[in-house]
Ligand binder design. Sequence first.
Ligand code: NDP
Length: 469
Amino acid sequence: MGALGVAVKSLGKAVSAKDYVHDVINDIRAKNPAEPEFHQAAREVFESLIPVLDRHTEYRAAKLLERLAEPERVLMFRVPWMDDRGEVQINRGFRIEMNSAIGPYKGGLRFHPSVNLGILKFLAFEQVFKNSLTTLPMGGGKGGSDFDPKGKSDNEVMRFCQSFMTELWRHIGPNTDVPAGDIGVGGREIGFMFGQYKRLANEFTGVLTGKGLNWGGSLIRPEATGYGCVYFANEMLKAQGRSLEGMTCLVSGSGNVSQYTVEKLLDLGAKPITISDSDGAIHDPAGIDREKLAWVMELKNSRRGRVREYVDRFKGATFTAADRSLGHNPLWDLKADCAFPSATQNEINAKDASNLIKNGVQLVAEGANMPSTLEAIQIYLDAGILYGPAKAANAGGVATSGLEMSQNSMRMAWTREEVDERLQKIMVAIHQNCFQTAETYGTPGNYLNGANIGGFVKVANAMLDQGLV
Ligand code: NDP
């Protein structure tokens, strides 16, 4: 019998919630070998739930943790396509339909060579709690492929997207599963996939979000994750009577989330001084202003170039090439007030976190998913800085996808101001929920606990209501 079996059998003998959680985590490790990111995400959430499980034995009796850790469905499929030289290419496609207790599966598609089952399971798992926090009726899912759009022609990307959707389309639908973008999947890729879905299903519906404005997209959707993250950071500061005005900020990445994080930081009077890509980081002590940001957007979104070009264009900025052997990222070793990791998972390790604290950073708001290792998070919590975990801080993206779905269902389009106002209200509500939940469960100021517990309770109660499915 596995560790989990022991825990469940001895439930009546008052095994502590802490032991029960650790048994579940061990069982997840044993059952899902070689999926370290999934283990990490499960541990981060489940350890926060110990005070809830102490108070609510019904969740343990219904084996909710064990059920939450098992996807409702995992799809894995071959994606053959032909490159521009006429050579056959084969990639692997995935969709993880994690949990539909509170709505249709919802979550992005990631195209990146690092994509594998474990990474997508961690992302789908996170998405369940994040979507619950948004206040909107959305379940959790995630998908993608190990396809690398970098260096591919538009025609190659189109042929890949069409082949990917030729399998995926039969599994998704506006009331079943509604994918969106993520790393490597922006407006271009969503367009090609939507076109192929429409052709196969013979139906024009809101089956994807992040669509173009002329064909069902929502204003503010491209901006939403970055804007939402900055709104969340501002709420955390407001609760302490402070604001972002005049704050020096570190931002990583230079894609969708980073670009609009920088833009909103500028709107609120802060001074962003860094961006990066997988080749290295730019440090611009004078600050990345609107003119420089416009140039970065053109570089990344149209020319699809690399950030190192920034130093040729703007005097006073430096480029530091990425060096994995260093064991830490120099971007996080600069004097600043706030940090907005917006590139990818585990981009801040224990050393980086210590550097942030040493350099005076008082706030970390996660635009990327799981950008901080468990050790890094512990360092933030021990230092008592404001820490906005991804599932709360970056929920504005999926929340606005939810607003896109509503507009599609009603066949109408809200103005930019209307969507932005709703996004702000949602971020304020998420902050309030996390803040209050952390207090209710005896850990005031701990937004990690607040987000994990707040996201969990709604899904858990829905699962109890719906019986053993
Ligand atoms: P993009 O593809 O637009 O940009 C990703 C950026 O991160 C690029 O600058 C990329 O550099 C860098 N990056 C990606 N992988 C790595 C890596 N392994 N090492 C170093 N740098 C890397 O993606 P998004 O901006 O959409 O997504 C960024 C993060 O935000 C992800 O964690 C995503 O899951 C999360 N997120 C996105 C949402 C959205 O609405 N788009 C919603 C919620 C979360 P390069 O060009 O060199 O690859």
